[in-house]
Design a protein around this ligand. Structure first.
Ligand code: UDP
Length: 485
């Protein structure tokens, strides 16, 4: 038989936000290394963030390409060039952005009619993709960017509604039916869980959930050994198919791939490596709060003061609102000079995986975004947990209470993206950072993190749990393809 006729063709449509695009592009590359023809659909500006990497994979023999369609900025009432969720600066813009994703249905359907892919792997926010895949008679796999613990927790919240049975925002409740006793409070959940009236946001969330439920199955950037009880719970109790194929970031083997991930970094890769190379193993803390968060000047000042007092060496990624005239005003007098080589500040985008994987890095202060969590786990480093929003409070539970490789900084409530409050003071930050890096408890956490890092690496190797999961998915897709021919 003609090899080409037998070859699977998988379409990837990542939601245009770094926390979704970065892992889905890595996943697409993993598929192509297993002989699958891969097409990634995105917009022209987003394509520039990973086109170099894809070109390199093509030169190495992968059958992977990008198809672009314009982002409907004008129709959506967004400024020209606002093609990524990270470019939105207010909740109104975010709503417009999410609504604009509905306008991709027609061009994507047209592409699919031309290319006849065998499967569509798509971000949660493209709810309409369920119907397009059904029309074309192919499976749609949902990728929502998180792990299985939060997915199971959301399912239980919907089923049992424990958050509606408490008296206040801060009263704790147990999420019924989960494999572990996980306590939550309403203040740590998105407002749409407690909105009494239907808002445009709650209506969209319902649509996304319907799309997830009616998809062929879920594909997650996770690995069995990280959350085995939740893999089983998802299959048996939530009752949906799932394939765990992560950590996908581990497909980036060399420094060039690691540093180009997401976008070019603000501080050149070599400067970072040169600085890290002068440090002792496991002696540096890396501090980064993902791709979306923008901290107030007051909060930045608290972090700076705590780091100065902590005596620890660090790399700190600082992102400020570019429209903010207060740029750098948060910095304590003579901060950078006083550090005298003890700390490196990266303003903008950091080569995160490159830094985490360096032997000098011994701890990570993270907002607990799922990708950051997995990248920290893969690098074998314990973490200070500082959740901000989304499902990050569940991820904190996984790190602190289940895996026991996290020290909570003590966040009690969801924050908006550009929050002006000072939720965490310098003393709490300093205590958490010291606990992470110094003493017996730190040593024990490091041992557990190291072991988990090894199992993460094994999971994606030949014969590992994630590699096997990907192979079984591809077999199932091939069977579906041959039975429909
Ligand atoms: N990231 C990066 N450099 C930065 C900030 C973020 O490489 O300066 C990457 C990080 O490695 C991760 C992704 O961006 O892969 C962020 O995803 P995550 O789920 O952690 O958080 P989100 O940005 O979605 O809140």
């Amino acid at each position: 038989m003609d090899k080409r006729a037998d070859q699977l063709h998988v379409y990837f449509l990542p939601m245009m936000a770094p926390g979704h695009m970065i892992p889905l592009v890595d996943m697409a590359r993993q598929f192509s290394r297993h002989g699958v023809k891969v097409t990634i659909i995105t917009t022209p500006l987003n394509a520039t963030k990973f086109s170099k990497t894809i070109q390199k994979d093509r030169e190495l023999g992968s059958d992977i390409s990008i198809r672009t369609t314009e982002f409907p900025c004008k129709e959506a009432g967004l400024p020209e060039g606002c093609e990524n969720l990270a470019s939105t600066t207010s909740s109104e813009m975010t709503m417009k952005f999410i609504k604009a994703l509905y306008l991709f249905e027609q061009p994507v359907e047209q592409f699919m009619k031309e290319d006849h892919p065998d499967c569509l792997i798509v971000g949660t926010f493209f709810a309409w993709a369920v119907d397009v895949a059904a029309k074309l008679g192919i499976p749609r796999l949902a990728f929502n960017g998180t792990g299985l613990l939060p997915m199971c927790a959301y399912h239980c919240l919907m089923e049992h509604k424990p958050h509606l049975k408490v008296e206040s925002e801060t009263e704790e409740f147990i999420i019924p039916g989960l494999p572990d006793t996980i306590k939550m409070s309403r203040s740590k959940l998105s407002q749409h869980w407690t909105d009494e009236k239907e808002t445009p946001m709650t209506a969209m969330v319902k649509d996304f959930m319907r799309a997830e439920r009616t998809s062929y199955g879920a594909i997650v950037n996770s690995f069995y050994e990280l959350e085995p009880n939740y893999v089983q719970h998802f299959r048996k109790v939530v009752g949906r198919k799932v394939w765990h194929v992560g950590p996908v970031s581990l497909c980036n083997k060399d420094n060039e791939d690691k540093s180009q991930r997401g976008q070019d970094s603000s501080l050149c890769e070599q400067k970072c490596l040169d600085w890290l190379n002068t440090k002792e193993p496991k002696s540096v803390i890396y501090i980064c709060f993902g791709s979306m968060s923008i901290f107030s000047s007051d909060q930045l000042l608290e972090i700076a003061t705590a780091l100065e007092a902590s005596d620890q060496q660090f790399i700190w990624v600082v992102r400020q609102n570019t429209t903010n005239e207060e740029q750098d005003k948060w910095m304590p007098e003579g901060f950078e000079e006083k550090l005298n080589g003890r700390g490196l500040i990266i303003k903008g985008w950091a080569p995160q995986v490159l830094i985490l994987d360096h032997e000098a890095t011994g701890g990570f202060v993270t907002h607990c975004g799922w990708n950051s969590l997995l990248e920290g786990v893969s690098a074998g480093v314990p973490m200070v947990t500082w959740p901000l929003s989304a499902e990050q409070f569940f991820n904190e539970k996984l790190l602190v209470e289940i895996l026991k490789i996290g020290v909570p900084v003590g966040v009690q409530a969801w924050s908006q993206r550009t929050d002006s409050r000072v939720p965490i003071n310098r003393e709490n930050i300093q205590i958490a950072v010291t606990k992470l890096m110094v003493g017996q408890e730190a040593e024990e956490m490091r041992g557990r993190a190291d072991a988990l890092g090894n199992s993460a690496k094994m999971a994606v190797e030949k014969g590992g749990s994630s590699d096997n999961s990907l192979i079984s998915l591809l077999e199932e897709l091939r069977m579906g393809k041959s039975s429909s021919n």
